[in-house]
Design a protein around this ligand. Structure first.
Ligand SMILES: [Zn+2]
Ligand SMILES: [Zn+2]
Ligand SMILES: [Zn+2]
Ligand SMILES: [Zn+2]
Length: 337
């Protein structure tokens, strides 16, 4: 935009300079200093021309001289040509043909010296997808006389994550400059490095399984063989969705033997080491070292809920006091409800 001002100035300068060049076509080569006088006296133009012709005539050959009478235009050309033969083109004028193209002429003989094109600044089109590595845009001189050029540049790639399914998200390479996705998306597992249940990449709310079961189920056996269970045990569901107890596997430990919970221990020997177990209505039914309990109904635990465990045991009589002893291992199998 700012280029308009200097150009106007140039054109204004050009007018006197062109007049000046006409006035001093041939004389200047020998006497450059006298050209300044020539500018001042525009009125003397015809006389000066006469002088020029005379002046030229002395330098030029006879053919040039004879053609002077043909016409003033032709004479001028001849004069210029004759002058160019000896002109050192010591001063030039630049003429802007368009806003961007310039031509340079000798001030003294009018000879064409050189030309060129200066484009810019440019107006640019929007970046558009060009290849998997580059985008492209067009640009043209703001002065409007250039052709349309094209340039390419590397994409500025960022990764964009989108949820794909419960376990994976898609990873797309995206260039914001040309507003394009590059190539095909790839797929990878959700990432949750901070354990908040939200995928670090795509923000997907991941299903996370977190269930707390009691570390132990305490039974207290009195010296008369009565069994007392703690009543605070519970399975707590901290998962992102409901879970369910699908199996309970009870195994006897440390020389104890599993028996049906319904067994009447009255006739068993003291220190026989028999134990029957029941929890929430699921009870041992066999004489075995391990048993998978048949669960009555469904044992669903909603999200952020807990399942209280009501348990009990029958134990054969002992001759010693049982203080702290592991008699059973109870495994709760939990799955998504
Ligand atoms: Zn010249
Ligand atoms: Zn231009
Ligand atoms: Zn791009
Ligand atoms: Zn994800």
């Amino acid at each position: 935009m700012t280029r308009f001002k200097p150009k106007r100035l140039l054109l204004l300068l050009l007018v006197p300079m062109l007049v000046f060049s006409m006035l001093t076509v041939s004389a200047s080569a020998e006497e450059p200093d006298s050209s300044i006088e020539g500018i001042e006296s525009t009125d003397e133009l015809p006389e000066t021309e006469t002088e020029e012709e005379t002046h030229t005539h002395t330098d030029a050959d006879d053919d040039t001289h004879s053609s002077e009478s043909d016409g003033s235009g032709a004479v001028n050309e001849q004069v210029k040509a004759a002058g160019a033969a000896t002109c050192t083109h010591s001063m030039t004028v630049t003429n802007w043909i368009t806003n961007c193209r310039w031509e340079q002429y000798c001030v003294y003989c009018g000879a064409f010296i050189s030309s060129g094109i200066v484009h810019g600044p440019y107006t640019h089109g929007n970046w558009q997808y060009y290849s998997t590595t580059k985008h492209m845009r067009s640009y043209t001189c703001i002065f409007g006389d250039s052709e349309t050029y094209y340039q390419t540049e590397d994409h500025t790639v960022t990764k964009q994550y989108s949820p794909f399914n419960a376990t994976q998200h898609s990873v797309s390479r995206y260039c914001s400059a040309c507003n394009s996705f590059i190539g095909s998306p790839t797929y990878e597992d959700h990432i949750d490095s901070n354990g908040d249940g939200i995928c670090d990449g795509c923000g997907y709310e991941m299903a996370y399984f977190s269930v707390t079961v009691p570390a132990s189920l305490m039974l207290t056996v009195s010296e008369w063989g009565e069994v007392y269970a703690a009543n605070s045990a519970a399975i707590v569901n901290n998962s992102s969705a409901a879970v369910a107890v699908t199996d309970i596997i009870v195994s006897s430990e440390n020389g104890w033997a599993l028996v049906p919970y319904s067994r009447n221990m009255a006739s068993d020997k003291v220190d026989a080491g028999l134990i029957g177990f029941a929890v929430n209505g699921a009870s041992t039914t066999q004489n075995a070292s391990s048993e998978s309990l048949l669960l009555p109904g469904t044992w669903t635990i909603d999200r952020a809920s807990s399942l209280p465990l009501t348990y009990d045991a029958v134990v054969s009589a002992t001759s010693r006091v049982i203080r702290s002893e592991q008699v059973l291992t109870v495994v709760f199998v939990l799955e998504w409800a």
